[in-house]
Design a protein around this ligand. Structure first.
Ligand code: FES
Ligand SMILES: [Fe+2]
Length: 338
């Protein structure tokens, strides 16, 4: 499956950019190979539009905010969130012709500090995270581009067999490569995976976990939301909850916008956000290095192109569920995987 060749992927919400980035003006973003402009109107409401002015095609991301609207940087035509031209500064009020012209607008939402967008009617809503209701603190961790497919990132985060190797320098225990057992509960929009993983507790982690032991156990509830969003809730024996939300928003076939934030049930006084980020940074870099070496074309049908072992079950299920959804909703990919 190549992202831009799979129209079904247009029917999901994706987090695109931190809302704060849009405070001073519009910004460009590429989603599934399509150039978009992201911006906030005068009420702080988010907008996602094609990055092309309907006058002379200039990129609207080169524009600026004018009276709560998006003004094109070329001749100043002003747009509303629905993409319609609301004002043409060169014309007197009686000749504005408001609303007849416009650039294409897409669905936009503001959640969890990010602007989200969907290119077509979404199949599922943006997930609710129970940590919000539980009053956990949220720490923004990463916003960066990775050179790999979103599905590889998702599979990796449900892969109990990689810790001992990819993370051998951080928390992985190379002496115990047997993957932990897991249970999976299927949901219409993804699945929930339950597992308990014994891990090493390195010095850097002892500080943020407030645990002195050299090893510990992670009770993990991993929730996969189709296609490229996951939340991994890790509980430690001392009651600490660390929930990692990771999205791999598809920029194009080879690149993903990684958005990661965490929820914690402790306080800044107990564990500094910067220390929490430092440990996750280390672990994430280990994943990134290996994931960027993988093939961006992920075969949904196995057919011998990639071999499996039993612990690959979550990833195989992802492929199977996406394949079934494609058959039901989206038809075949535009380009067959070679
Ligand atoms: S190109 Fe945008 S106003 Fe002319
Ligand atoms: Fe990992």
């Amino acid at each position: 499956m190549l992202a831009t060749a799979t129209p079904l992927l247009r029917r999901f919400w994706y987090p695109l950019m931190p809302l704060a980035t849009l405070a001073d003006g519009p910004r460009p973003f590429r989603l599934l190979g399509q150039d978009l402009v992201l911006w906030l109107d005068g009420d702080g409401e988010p907008a996602v539009m094609e990055d092309r002015c309907c006058h002379r095609t200039a990129k609207l991301s080169k524009g600026f905010y004018q009276d709560g609207r998006l003004a094109c940087g070329y001749h100043g035509w002003e747009f509303g969130r629905d993409g319609r031209v609301l004002r043409i500064p060169q014309l007197p009020p009686e000749r504005q012709n408001a609303g007849r012209m416009g650039s294409r607008a897409y669905r936009a939402a503001a959640r969890y500090g990010y602007i989200w967008g969907a290119l077509e009617e979404p199949l599922f809503p943006i997930p609710d995270f129970e940590e919000e209701a539980e009053g956990f603190r949220r720490i923004d961790e990463f916003y960066e581009v990775w050179n790999c497919a979103g599905l590889r990132v998702m599979e990796n985060s449900f892969d109990n067999a990689h810790f001992s190797f990819v993370h051998r320098a951080s928390f992985g225990d190379q002496g115990h490569p047997e993957p932990a057992k897991l249970e999976i509960e299927e949901h219409p929009d993804g699945f929930l995976m339950l597992t308990e993983v014994p891990v090493r507790n390195p010095e850097i982690q002892k500080k943020v976990l407030k645990m002195e032991s050299d090893t510990t156990v992670r009770s993990m509830r991993g929730r996969w939301y189709m296609p490229f969003l996951r939340k991994l809730r890790i509980r430690y024996p001392n009651g600490l909850s660390h929930s990692i939300v990771t999205a791999a928003t598809p920029i194009d076939d080879r690149t993903s916008q990684i958005v990661q934030f965490v929820y914690r049930n402790d306080t800044e006084a107990e564990a500094k956000a910067e220390d929490v980020i430092a440990f996750d940074r280390l672990v994430t870099e280990e994943d990134r290095d290996i994931l960027e070496s993988t093939d961006p074309d992920v075969p949904l049908e196995q057919a011998g192109r990639e071999y499996n072992m039993p612990s690959d079950r979550p990833g195989v299920l992802m492929r199977r569920m996406l394949s079934a959804l494609l058959a039901r909703e989206g038809g075949a990919p535009l380009r067959a995987s070679a």
